[in-house]
Ligand binder design. Structure first.
Ligand code: NOJ
Length: 575
């Protein structure tokens, strides 16, 4: 048997697309599959190799398609199966690859399987989901089986009147969890959600909430971290259950028949050895995962939105990146580099400065920073032009995400409509909400930014920044963030041994403003220095940092001993 040391996905750059918000070609205010197909030349011109299409399956859209009612059908406003076949073919014709989202921890409550499961206790599909009898307290009040809090607030258990039992849902009540202990269920998931699309030609999957399928059969209570609440954060209890390794090996046996690629979403996993069990090359389960240490920075520990903007220090970001990068040095696993996706606010607003003065400079600095990290690089639609969060003056009604809405309503309810608490909640959402990633792609100027016709109401309001942040403008400018991203990706390909495969060595770890690191593979050595602040800073001294060795930077005239605000530089010392 030959061992492939460099599978295709290691050097690939993946571009993530959120179908609802990419490009509307049929004038209904919702993006669609033909919109993605017609943008493939643009996407390829950025320098990416793979597209990842977020859920485009049929769905009642309670959680924007992460609640699937039919794995083998396309959500009609997005298009048809024929549109998907065309997208797959057109992607491949350009020499690119395409991956889909695999959402199989749960289905929609409207999925036929759940409809049958909930219809009676003796339905053959009853055991395809997780049903439990009620508990009763000393006063005889009905209680859910345990104290787990759902990812979107409230209990993870919903009472079903018809059959007088609770069912489990780690997300919304409309997203019941599948029972992975049932082998028949697993087989149906593999057939409908994986094999059907692999046979159609997709090249792999981004695997949603990959570590939640298997639950501890005793369904233990979570420790109390919020003494005032009935429900408790239970992520560490319900993630990484006892059968996870078995399930992922089983999935891998199917995926490897197709040489398919997998990147799993792996929250709540501080124990690195668990991650290695999933992504180690010898383990043969997943190719890589998304860890959360970077994107969780600054968010609240008990409730993610109970926090203040910019609630972190640079050394914490360095440590988080160091942790994910160290996989390459200390394990046989592979890692990812990413700072944006559809669940995160815009990186320029969170880790840079989105004011007119520093917006583009800091967007480029972040491109350089994340584009020179090892592992497979993921960028999210709009990140390549430095899109920013929604304007602060927008009202809370512009937020459409179930997670944002539930949080705001909870604060409203618990604080009894206290104006200060609501203002705090809004300020946090203005900084961290998932909605910021979901506003339509900004293609040009104009009311709807070229996403849809200007007289069509888009499903989500177009960020008014489209007047000065848009693709059309940036395609014309050599100094745009888009032009810079192209240079980052070509640098990454040219010096891939250092930037994609090199070992990461953090320098000057405690420096509160400047982030510096070495990328080394054998005697190929690169150094990246980023001023992550709006003030001038001294260039840290490292042997051999000579301006003639700079291969890419985001200011015109880099000084010899100082860094300008938000300046980033990559040096190649030897290659
Ligand atoms: C993670 C997805 O990225 C997110 O958007 C979704 O809400 C949950 N999983 C539930 O599927």
């Amino acid at each position: 048997m030959t061992v492939t040391i460099r599978p295709w996905w290691k050097d690939s750059v993946v571009y993530q697309i959120y179908p609802a918000s990419y490009l509307d070609t049929n004038g209904d205010g919702v993006g669609d599959i033909p919109g993605i197909t017609s943008s493939l030349d643009y996407i390829q011109s950025i320098g990416v190799d793979v597209i990842w299409v977020c859920p485009m399956y049929d769905s009642p859209q309670i959680d924007m398609g992460y609640d699937i009612s039919d794995y083998k059908a396309v959500y009609p406003p997005y298009g048809t199966i024929q549109d998907m076949q065309k997208l797959i073919a057109e992607t491949h014709r350009r020499g690119m690859r395409i991956i889909l989202d695999l959402v199989v921890n749960h289905t929609s409550h409207q999925h036929q399987w759940f409809q049958e499961s909930r219809s009676s206790k003796d339905n053959p599909k009853r055991d395809w989901y997780i049903w439990k009898p009620a508990k009763y307290d000393a006063q005889g009040h009905r209680k859910p089986p345990n104290n787990w809090r759902s990812n979107f607030g409230g209990s993870t258990w919903t009472w079903d009147e018809l059959t007088q039992e609770y069912y489990l849902h780690l997300f919304c009540p409309e997203q019941p969890d599948l029972n992975w202990d049932n082998l028949e269920t697993r087989k149906a998931i593999y057939e409908d959600a994986m094999i059907y699309w692999l046979d159609m030609g997709v090249d792999g999957f981004r695997v949603d909430t990959v570590n939640m399928y298997s639950k501890d059969p005793s369904f233990p209570d979570a420790p109390i971290t919020d003494p005032n609440a009935e429900e408790q954060d239970a992520g560490l209890v319900y993630c990484n259950g006892p059968k996870m390794k078995e399930i992922l090996s089983e999935m891998n046996a199917i995926l490897s028949r197709y040489d398919a690629f997998t990147v799993g979403e792996c929250p709540n996993t501080p124990d690195i050895s668990t991650v290695v069990d999933y992504v180690g090359a010898s383990a043969k389960r997943l190719n890589m995962v998304f860890q959360f240490e970077v994107v969780d920075l600054g968010q609240g520990k008990v409730f993610k939105y109970k926090s203040k903007p910019f609630n972190f220090q640079l050394p914490e970001l360095k440590e988080a990146i160091d942790m994910t990068q160290s996989f390459l040095t200390h394990t046989d696993g592979w890692t990812t580099s990413f700072v944006e996706n559809h669940d995160q606010a815009r990186s320029v607003s969170r880790f840079g400065d989105d004011s007119p003065r520093w917006r583009e400079r800091s967007a480029k600095m972040l491109a350089l920073l994340f584009g020179s990290l090892s592992g497979t690089l993921f960028i999210y639609q709009g990140q390549e032009i430095g899109m920013i969060n929604m304007p602060k003056e927008w009202s809370i009604d512009e937020y459409k995400d179930v997670d944002s809405i539930n949080y705001y309503r909870m604060v409203d309810r618990c604080s009894k409509n206290d104006a200060m608490e609501l203002a705090e909640a809004q300020a946090s959402l203005q900084h961290y909400a998932r909605d910021h990633a979901r506003t339509p792609m900004q293609w040009s100027t104009g009311f709807n930014g070229g996403f849809t016709a200007d007289d069509t109401p888009p499903w989500m309001r177009v960020n008014t920044s489209t007047e000065y942040i848009n693709v059309q403008d940036q395609l014309k400018r050599k100094d745009s963030p888009l032009a810079f991203w192209r240079r980052v990706l070509s640098m990454r390909k040219q010096y891939n041994e250092s930037f994609v495969h090199g070992n990461f060595e953090l320098l000057d770890a405690s420096n509160p403003n400047v982030f510096s690191f070495v990328k080394r593979r054998g005697n190929r050595v690169a150094v990246v220095v980023c001023n992550c602040s709006g003030s001038e800073n001294k260039l840290p001294y490292f042997n051999g940092l000579d301006n003639s060795k700079i291969v890419l930077g985001n200011v015109d005239k880099p000084a010899v001993t100082t860094l300008q605000p938000w300046e980033g530089r990559a040096y190649v010392l030897s290659y």
